[in-house]
Each structure stands twice: as structure tokens, then as C-alpha cells.
Design a protein around this ligand. Structure first.
Ligand SMILES: Nc1ncnc2c1ncn2[C@@H]1O[C@H](COP(=O)(O)OP(=O)(O)O)[C@@H](O)[C@H]1O
Ligand SMILES: [Mg+2]
Length: 279
């Protein structure tokens, strides 16, 4: 990508890319929650274009609306106002989601949410089962995916027999089972120890590279956001808004060693300073 290194750019500015295809177009998106304590402006006037194949990381303090934004992009939560277009199709109409628009979407949550009585293969294949894919085809695709996420040999294990990192790999494989090319990930590695997390970042980068997916990835770990992101979207709370977006022009695939580089550390430092001011 032809971006200025570590430059802070306007959220709505087009990326200087040879194929600027917008995958997800978010315009003036708002979400208010009404409770007995009043109204929370969880997301206010967020506009963002996510390009095909782009890896966007969302960072910001707890409560700044990251999960709410992701759920609206993922068809799980209806916006109060504003629009989301996925591949040019409007996702929400009158509070109802266009199921065709989310057909190629995969969601990974912080908790792997596996079914404890299902094996690795059966957990991975669950979305295929729900779509009526035949047992033989499900098994074949789930076995391939288990290999892709580094779980070959564990196909018939149960979740309780796996480490936290392995369970998250199952969740990723399950999200990939329907061959989504838009992946939404909400702090998927938040519960993992630092070393496992680092390994998972490398794995995810490899998988996304192989599947050429577009990714929106929420994290409150700034180095993780910089390591994975082509672009970092920094949100601020009350109301939840996009404060700035930062492009990371370190070539991909990135190796762990880039984290010792000057460019990487400058971006991390600037983001930390900005986040510290969020209050
Ligand atoms: N279902 C809900 N009902 C009421 N308030 C909510 C609900 N979900 C989120 N919120 C509020 O919206 C704001 C943004 O929440 P969230 O999107 O979860 O933030 P983040 O993921 O950045 O931590 C917070 O103030 C939170 O308390
Ligand atoms: Mg959240």
C-alpha cells in the first residue's frame, strides 16, 4: 500500500491503493441505549470505509463503543441511525438485517463459546451443519480447517482437553468454516497469555493472508493493534466516536521482530499518549 508511514489520516480519506474497493461502508452510524438510568450514546456518528482485504484494528478504552460498532457491522445489533453497506448492500433496513449481506461473514468473540460436548471437528463444522451441508463434506472441510489453524491431530479432542489458545483456534476455524471473507473479531485473544497471544497473532496473519479476508479486529492491546493492523481506528468514549485513524505501512507478513523497530514503536507510543488523554 502506498501510505505514509505512521501517518495520522482523516477517517474518511480514501486509501491510495491501486484497487480501492470499499468492502464495508459505515456512514454516520449511531447507537443509543436507553435504560432506566438514561440514554448512553454508545456509538455516535461513526463513518468509516473499510477496503477489500484491509485489516482494521479498533482500539479504545473500555466502554468506547468497540463491541457495539462491531455488532452493528456484523448484523447482530440494529443501529439507532446511520447506515452500514457491505459490498454495496445496505445491511440494516427498518431495524432488520439483510441476511444475504452477512452470508460471507465470520464472527469471533473473546470467549470461544465452544459446545463442550462437541469434538473439535464438530465444533468447527457446526455452522455448516446449520446450513444443511452433508456430513461427509462437513467432516472434510472441518478437518482441512483444523489443519489450517494448527490443530491437526486434535480433531477428536473435546474443548476441556485443549488450552485456551487452542480453543480460540477452534473458534477461528469455526468462523472460517462458511468461507467468510469478512472477519469480525472482538478481543479474540484477550484471555490468552502473552506468548500464546503472540503466536496467535502470527497464525491469524497467516490465515488472513491465505484467505485474503477483510478483518475488523477489536483489541485494547496497542502493540497487538499495530502489529496486525493496516490501519488502526482509535475510538474515544462518551459518546463513542472515531478520534483518529492511523495507517501502519510496515510490509506484511510481519515478523515478531518488527516490534523492536523504530517505526512500530513510534506508532505504539503516539497511540498510547493519545489513549492516555481519553480519560
Ligand atoms: N445492551 C446494552 N444496554 C445498555 N448499555 C449498553 C449495552 N451495551 C453496551 N452498552 C453501553 O454502551 C457503551 C459502549 O459499550 P461497548 O460497545 O461494550 O464498549 P467497548 O466494547 O468499547 O468496551 C458502554 O457505556 C456500555 O455500558
Ligand atoms: Mg467490548
Amino acid at each position: 500500500m502506498n501510505q505514509i508511514q505512521g501517518d495520522i489520516v482523516d477517517a474518511s480519506a480514501p486509501i491510495a491503493n491501486s484497487t480501492p474497493t470499499v468492502r464495508v461502508k459505515i456512514e454516520n452510524l449511531c447507537k443509543d441505549f436507553r435504560t432506566s438510568k438514561g440514554v448512553t450514546n454508545a456509538v455516535q456518528n461513526v463513518s468509516l470505509d473499510i477496503q477489500r482485504g484491509e485489516f482494521v484494528t479498533l482500539v479504545g478504552r473500555s466502554g468506547c463503543g468497540k463491541t457495539t460498532l462491531l455488532r452493528m457491522i456484523g448484523g447482530l445489533l440494529a443501529p439507532t441511525s446511520g447506515t452500514v453497506h457491505v459490498d454495496g448492500k445496505e445491511l440494516w433496513r427498518n431495524g432488520r438485517v439483510d441476511s444475504a449481506a452477512i452470508a460471507r461473514l465470520g464472527f469471533v468473540f473473546q470467549d470461544s463459546n465452544l459446545l463442550p460436548w462437541f469434538t473439535v471437528i464438530d465444533n468447527i463444522a457446526l455452522p455448516l451443519k446449520l446450513r444443511g451441508v452433508s456430513k461427509a463434506e462437513r467432516r472434510e472441510r472441518a478437518t482441512t480447517l483444523a489443519g489450517l489453524v494448527g490443530l491437526a491431530g486434535f480433531e477428536h479432542s473435546y474443548p476441556r482437553q485443549l488450552s485456551g489458545g487452542m480453543r480460540q483456534r477452534v473458534a477461528i476455524a469455526r468462523a472460517l468454516s462458511t468461507e467468510p471473507d469478512l472477519l469480525l473479531m472482538d478481543e479474540p485473544f484477550g484471555a490468552l497469555d502473552a506468548l500464546t497471544r503472540e503466536r496467535m497473532n502470527l497464525e491469524l496473519q497467516r490465515i488472513v493472508g491465505e484467505t485474503e479476508s477483510t478483518v475488523v479486529f477489536v483489541t485494547h492491546d496497542i502493540p497487538e493493534a499495530v502489529f496486525l493492523g493496516d490501519r488502526i481506528v482509535h475510538m474515544t468514549p462518551r459518546p463513542g466516536r472515531v478520534h483518529q485513524t492511523v495507517s501502519v505501512d510496515i510490509p506484511k507478513p510481519r515478523e515478531v521482530i518488527v516490534q523492536t523497530g523504530q517505526e512500530f514503536n513510534e506508532i505504539v507510543r503516539d497511540l498510547r499518549t493519545a489513549l492516555d488523554q481519553d480519560g
